[in-house]
Design a protein around this ligand. Structure first.
Ligand SMILES: Cc1ncc(COP(=O)(O)O)c(C=O)c1O
Length: 367
């Protein structure tokens, strides 16, 4: 079976270096918040061209703590999308705020700018932040989102869980808003071998607050200056991420190469292909096509040994945990229609040329 993502193969591709890094940590005897985390934080921030990186326990906690660092809390509204991993919305609630969910763009699957403008006008001063999600590796319309946020004096917290290395106009995602959150879940473009996340920012005040919050609000050990939590990236994951960061650009290039092969091969089918906007550098965390016959296409691909995934089958505002209490603003037509049509075809850097051709063959026969 060709899997939609294959973190074990990515580990095996870098096995010697990763094993060496893990043993270095085990033998060193310092397992939490040591040199590996500090080095990774420096290297990852430098990769993005930012001043500060703060390693945390997961992407969900990165979003939560980034919001809290901005002062978001109970009584505040935070605008985000419903077409995302539920983690984005969960993180807003974990920060104590109320999510306002808006529709996405018809083409890019990312936050609609007219929809956030409407939400900002409707909810006024209670909105404290916007969380755009660079979904599937394509940058959201971030310049216009930042402009709308600035007009209303609200924070932009970028959710970059799916966009490591993606850029708009040559500038990397994660560097447009005041602060950004990354996930290193194993299947991500930059994935650990366990949970992990990071907050990045150029603002030293926000960085300081995020750093306090990730460990009980401690500046001095055992003395809590503010109420925080335990959300620490561990030394082993940081050491693994330092290895993998060195390959991120190469692996993103490989993803783009596979994507262009798919685009060319699928152009004669009825599938609607992912759009890359001018100035956007897409890192194809997913290669998401749209089809009116999505479910049968997925079943046929499965029979052919190709695991295609639906990310995400149900918008957050329709999910049982949220539908009767999370607010939406404006229509959700694009979000709901996309949820019925989307299918993500396997795309990861360790797919062989032969496997790519096998996927193409199966899709062409099924679509
Ligand atoms: C868009 C988005 N936001 C947030 C997260 C949460 O990351 P994590 O799984 O590391 O908590 C994920 C990952 O699943 C994601 O895809």
């Amino acid at each position: 079976m060709i899997l939609p993502a294959d973190p074990k193969r990515n580990y095996l591709a870098h096995k010697a270096e990763i094993d060496e890094a893990v043993h270095r940590v085990m033998d060193g005897g310092w397992y939490i918040l040591g040199e590996e985390v500090a080095e990774f934080e420096r290297e990852f921030a430098a990769y993005l061209g930012l001043a500060h990186g703060i390693g945390v326990g997961s992407g969900t906690e990165a979003v939560q703590l980034a919001l809290r660092a901005c002062g978001v809390g109970p009584g505040d509204f935070v605008i985000t999308v419903s077409h995302t991993a539920v983690a984005t919305v969960a993180a807003i609630e974990l920060a104590g705020a109320a999510p306002i969910l808006v529709d996405v763009d018809r083409e890019t699957f990312t936050m609609s700018v007219p929809a956030i403008e409407a939400a900002l006008n409707t909810h006024g001063r209670r909105v404290k932040a916007i969380v755009p999600v660079h979904l599937y590796g394509h940058p959201a319309d971030i310049v216009n989102i930042v402009a709308a946020a600035a007009e209303h004096n609200v924070f932009v917290v970028e959710d970059c869980a799916q966009s490591h290395g993606a850029a708009f106009g040559g500038q990397k995602t994660g560097t447009f808003g005041q602060i950004a959150a990354f996930s290193f879940y194993p299947t991500k473009n930059l994935g650990a071998l366990g949970d992990g996340g990071a907050i990045v920012t150029n603002d030293s005040g926000l960085a300081e607050r995020a750093k306090l919050l990730r460990q009980y609000g401690w500046r001095t050990r055992y003395i809590s200056e503010t109420a925080g939590l335990n959300s620490r990236l561990d030394e082993m994951q940081a050491a693994i991420l330092r290895v993998k960061l060195r390959y991120l650009d190469d692996e993103n290039r490989r993803r783009r190469h596979i994507a262009s092969r798919y685009e060319q091969a699928f152009s004669s089918t009825t599938l609607r292909l992912p759009v890359t906007k001018p100035q956007a550098s897409h890192v194809f965390h997913q290669f998401t096509v749209r089809s009116d016959r999505r479910d049968s296409l997925q079943a046929l691909l499965k029979e052919a040994g190709v695991g295609a995934a639906i990310l995400y089958p149900q918008p957050v505002h329709l999910q049982q945990a949220y539908w009767d209490r999370v607010q939406t603003c404006g229509g959700m037509e694009n979000t709901e229609q996309q949820a019925r049509e989307i299918l993500s075809i396997p795309i990861h850097p360790d797919l062989t040329g032969e496997e790519v051709e096998c996927v193409i063959d199966a899709v062409r026969r099924s679509a």
